[in-house]
Design a protein around this ligand. Sequence first.
Ligand SMILES: Nc1ncnc2c1ncn2[C@@H]1O[C@H](COP(=O)(O)OP(=O)(O)O)[C@@H](O)[C@H]1O
Length: 191
Amino acid sequence: MLNLVLFGPPGAGKGTQSEKLISKYNLVHISTGDIFRAHIKGQTELGKQVSQIIADGNLVPDSITIAMLEEEIKQNPQAKGFIFDGFPRTVAQAEALDKFLADNNSAITGVIALDVNEQELTQRIAKRQEISGRADDAADKLKKRIEEYFGKTIHVLPYYEAQGKLSKVNGIGEIEAIFTELSQVIDSYNA
Ligand SMILES: Nc1ncnc2c1ncn2[C@@H]1O[C@H](COP(=O)(O)OP(=O)(O)O)[C@@H](O)[C@H]1O
């Protein structure tokens, strides 16, 4: 199995690159942000529980997020591997994912962090909001999301670095050029 964590701050391009990677490597894409948004749109119980938290730019509690993630993995028993996009966002989530995969005789293959500076992120998301209309893309909410990233999520990096699983790729430049670099890292896992 090829289990990849695509890591990076809001607006780093995780979604864009995930779409390209799943078709190249035949993986299942799990974006916790997309799943939450689908629940909110479908007005499910979970959706109602998280909609305000997300609109405010805060992280959803670990217990809710981890349970949802595990459910999503279980629903794809035929998967050749997964790309985790937007998960794990806390060290507790990373530990839970490791444990869940180990219990299923699997593991994270590698973690690739897309490196993008804060100024570029803010510009990209301002542009995206014109199209997405996402409430959490508004300037004040975005500020909160970036704070959550640098306050909590960034600590996931040393967690994986200690396991020797972390690679970094420059997330600024042409989409195709970044995709090529990501592919090179992934191909090196099997080499
Ligand atoms: N792993 C997670 N843990 C906690 N909250 C999450 C997680 N994934 C997504 N969310 C919630 O969904 C929101 C949107 O996530 P996402 O679509 O990944 O956005 P982006 O990458 O643009 O920040 C987050 O700001 C957070 O509120």
